[in-house]
Design a protein around this ligand. Structure first.
Ligand code: UD1
Length: 422
């Protein structure tokens, strides 16, 4: 997909169904490396991050077969501990393979991982934790070389609740000698999903969803079947799209508790947002929304940085002045420039001392224009703005969106949007 074309200004009506979680499936694919037996995951989204992860894993000797949204992973013939093909530079989650590969081979070689260009994204916490578990690590010829005689369980206090570092430690600790205790662990729902599948494979992981996680290492893991949790960022994007365009949208297969703070913010802005008993959320907006004084992105259960650009799009049209502070990534206001091309009034101030802020003065109307996406969530924000803007919007560099949204064009067509890909 090169570009998305939208004739905006139409309220959305109907149902949108949320697929499986991108940020949960990637570490779960890494967890499959812990066993020789087959693991089948259902509700897997058809997104390019999954394709890229599988491409890297196939290079290790992993067999992956898919049928619809079901994926079976067979790591019985895994033969390679070099995580270094060209796709490693494309997705950040390639780093999550490190813990599982070290667990399986006691060594690994990995090229530095890529991902969206939204900030520095170092991997020091991952490497420090592995060192504490007895892994020797050095950097040579653009690759991380990791070796250990035996992974040992230990207590690891993370300086920040990093999602990826928490996942990587869990994966390495799953086969380490003895018990590993992580304090200040990330509490995201995707960590709970990882705990659930490892335990289904015969593991002993407790505490995911809290700040302290205990993992007792095991020698062997077996296959299992697992259904992936819904993608809370996709669910949140759909909710925010309904807020921006107006109308009445039922978002199905969402887990409301995963988006509790977002739902609270949507209500504060003045839209109706009702949680229904069957894990669906109805968003109904019929009048102009009001601004939010201050939103700060934080690790879960705080407001997710992955929904910040999409919220910024909505606030462009809200009545009054909103302030967003971005606490996770220093370069995550890239959507602002394109939103201003549509007529938004956003001022971004960013420095390492005071932090990274966007001040948004709501305007009455956005007008369609040709704009440029820069990364996955920026593009989701631009789709929302394009749906709300009057006239024609063309979003170039649209391909980033396929990293995390399955058929976003079809999803919005289904609720009455005039949207197409080109
Ligand atoms: C995951 C999500 C990503 C989300 C992010 C924060 C996946 C596949 N991706 O990314 O969508 O935006 O959580 O919710 O799950 N950091 C360090 N050193 C490290 C590791 C992280 O300084 O070793 C910093 C990062 O630069 C960032 C912050 O910690 O500023 C959070 O990063 P982290 O939670 O690790 O995010 P990811 O796991 O990469």
């Amino acid at each position: 997909m090169n570009a998305i074309n939208i004739n905006g200004g139409t309220p959305l009506y109907g149902e949108m169904i949320v697929g499986g979680s991108k940020n949960a499936i990637l570490p779960i694919l890494a967890a499959c490396i812990l066993t020789d037996e087959k693991v089948t995951v259902t509700n897997v989204p058809k997104i390019t991050d999954v394709d890229d992860m599988l491409y890297i894993m196939r290079d290790l000797g992993v067999k992956a077969t898919s049928s619809g949204h079901s994926l079976t992973i067979d790591c019985s013939n895994i033969c390679n501990y070099r995580i270094s093909n060209q796709h490693v530079g494309k997705i950040r989650s390639s780093v999550i393979l490190l813990g599982a590969v070290i667990a399986r081979f006691s060594c690994a070689i990995m090229a530095h991982p890529g991902g969206c260009d939204i900030g520095a994204r170092p991997i020091d916490m991952h490497l420090d934790a592995f060192r504490q578990m007895g892994v020797e690590i050095r950097y040579e010829n653009d690759c991380w070389l990791c070796n250990t005689n035996k992974l040992k369980g230990t207590s690891i206090a993370l300086p920040f609740p990093s999602v990826g570092a928490t996942e990587n430690i869990i994966l390495a600790a799953a086969m380490a000698n003895g018990e590993t205790i992580i304090t200040n662990a990330a509490r995201e729902p995707e960590i709970v999903a990882l705990q659930d599948i490892i335990n289904l494979m015969g593991g002993d992981v407790k505490g995911a969803g809290t700040s302290t996680i205990r993992i007792i290492g095991k020698k062997r893991y077996h296959g299992c079947e697992y259904t992936l949790i819904p993608d809370r960022i996709v669910a949140g994007t759909y909710m925010l799209a309904a807020c921006a365009t107006g109308g009445d949208v039922l978002i199905k297969n969402a887990v409301p508790s995963h988006n509790a703070l977002l739902i609270d913010h949507i209500k504060r802005m003045g839209a109706d947002c009702n949680v229904l008993s069957d894990n669906s959320v109805r968003v109904h907006k019929s009048k102009r929304l009001c601004a939010i004084d201050y939103v700060n992105t934080l690790p879960f259960p705080g407001f997710p940085t992955d929904l910040q650009p999409q919220l910024m799009s909505v606030l462009c049209l809200a009545n009054g002045r909103s302030v967003i502070r971005e606490s996770i990534y220093e370069s995550r206001f890239k959507a602002a420039q394109s939103l201003c091309s549509l007529g938004a009034d956003i001022k971004v101030t960013s420095n390492d001392t005071d932090g990274h802020y966007a001040v948004i003065n709501g305007v009455n109307d956005l007008k369609g224009a040709e704009i440029f996406g820069t990364d996955l969530r920026c593009n989701a924000a631009l789709v929302i703005a394009g749906l709300a803007a009057h006239g024609n919007t063309r979003i170039n560099n649209a391909h980033f969106i396929s990293r995390g949204y399955e058929d976003i064009v079809g999803a919005f067509l289904n609720v009455g949007a005039d949207i197409s890909e080109c």
